[in-house]
Write a protein that binds this ligand. Structure first.
Ligand SMILES: CC(C)(COP(=O)(O)OP(=O)(O)OC[C@H]1O[C@@H](n2cnc3c(N)ncnc32)[C@H](O)[C@@H]1OP(=O)(O)O)[C@@H](O)C(=O)NCCC(=O)NCCS
Length: 374
């Protein structure tokens, strides 16, 4: 089995902190006059199409902190924090979502992202935030900094002609996308089904649904909703951006609704946390193609605040944090801050480290799944 502890131990041994640091570069919250430079850096790093107005709103209104690495007044790198509510161990708690991480190509591979992540985690630690989450461009990159993948998602693609049709399509009714507040309670209930699922705040709903060039279809059911951007359709495949079904009936009714699209599309694609709902309807003549893919990454930030969320004490462990922020002083079995999240939330069916079997899945038996992407 892939041993992240080994990666972390290796990092701690081979990479003294502050190594290769360009000491002329200082890390501080973004100065307001630097916003155009930051937007230019995001544009350069994340590629077109890029909307300047929404990037500016994002920096000013969505991020709670935008840390910047300055070379005098030049922006060399940035990393932001988004505040999220996260459902974990049967309750809502805070998490710091790391976002907008980018380094100007002239400053790459000088350790600036490492310094920014460390500063961001220190800020979260000082606020007693238990966890930090992110969606990576590379899983390995963030494993080096103590994050671990914390959920697995299923990408399901099915021929529309062979969708099971036991449900009732008319149980889904279109509502105007601007009335998205009508599905917020369903969205929250959906997040509460899982471990490590983040609630989409109202302003994030508005940002998502005002995406330039999108054409949204929002379908509401008594026990769920489907959100489709018709512009996402890809070579005859209808792509569902988000499908919340809180009952088997909501799932079956949704399949019946999708079957009505057979004159326009050949296939349908959606993401799910599980496959039981599909398989319990019997395998169709043309079975779905299902890809299992890694989801979000998580890690502990403040160990005591994290332990307070759990029903049993965290005993026998020593957290080893490659960024040094969350390392624990107690002696015990070495574990990375992301691995600890995996262990207590039962990410693996069996505990990856048998010596820590007493902590396996103590955060509850709900599957880990993150609804929100950012
Ligand atoms: C990814 C990116 C943020 C890295 O920034 P950086 O400041 O060069 O990163 P650092 O110098 O702090 O590198 C940290 C470590 O990652 C390694 N690394 C750097 N770039 C990497 C890459 N593209 N792929 C894999 N590893 C990489 C470094 O070698 C270093 O390893 P070490 O700790 O063993 O020395 C930068 O390349 C970038 O802005 N890319 C485009 C935007 C992007 O993808 N952002 C991330 C969104 S999640």
């Amino acid at each position: 089995m892939h041993n992240v502890s080994a990666i972390i131990k290796d990092k701690l041994r081979t990479m003294p902190r502050d190594m290769q640091e360009n000491t002329n570069i200082v890390i501080e919250p973004m100065r307001s006059e630097s916003l155009p430079q930051v937007i230019k850096l995001w544009d350069l790093s994340f590629g077109p199409p890029y909307n300047i107005q929404s990037a500016s709103d994002y920096a000013k209104k969505h991020l709670s902190l935008l840390l910047t690495a300055y070379d005098k007044d030049k922006v060399a790198a940035v990393a932001g924090i988004l505040d999220f509510d996260l459902h974990f161990a049967g309750q809502w708690t805070k998490t710091g979502g790391i976002a907008g991480v980018a380094t100007h190509p002239s400053y790459r591979r000088q350790g600036l992202t490492r310094r920014l992540l460390e500063a961001a985690l220190k800020e979260l630690y000082n606020n007693r935030v238990p966890l930090a989450t992110l969606w990576p461009f590379s899983y390995r990159f963030y494993e080096n900094f103590g994050w671990s993948v914390s959920d697995v998602q299923y990408k399901i693609e099915q021929n529309i002609a062979s969708l099971p049709q036991t449900g009732k399509a008319s149980n889904y009714q279109e509502i105007p996308a601007e009335n998205h507040s009508q599905v917020h309670a369903l969205h929250d209930a959906w997040c509460e089904k899982w471990n490590l699922s983040m609630r989409r705040a109202k302003k994030r709903w508005s940002m998502l649904l005002s995406k330039p060039g999108a054409s949204w279809l929002l379908l509401k059911h008594q026990a769920g909703y489907m959100l489709i951007n018709l512009r996402d359709a890809d070579q005859g495949t209808l792509i569902i951006r988000e499908w919340c079904y809180l009952s088997q009936e909501a799932f079956a009714d949704g399949l019946a609704w999708l079957a009505q699209m057979d004159s326009q599309f050949k296939k349908v694609r959606f993401l799910a946390a599980e496959t039981d709902s599909l398989f319990s309807m019997g395998i169709p003549h043309s079975p779905a193609e299902i890809i299992m893919q890694p989801g979000m990454m998580s890690r502990v930030v403040h160990p005591e605040a994290f332990a307070e969320l759990l029903p049993k004490p965290l005993s026998g462990i020593q957290i080893m944090d490659p960024l040094g922020v969350s390392s624990s002083k107690e002696k015990g079995e070495a574990i990375g801050p992301g691995e600890l999240v995996q262990l207590v939330s039962g990410f693996f069916k069996e505990p990856a480290n048998k010596k820590l079997a007493h902590l396996h899945a103590i955060a509850g038996m709900s599957k880990t799944f993150s609804v929100e992407k950012y």
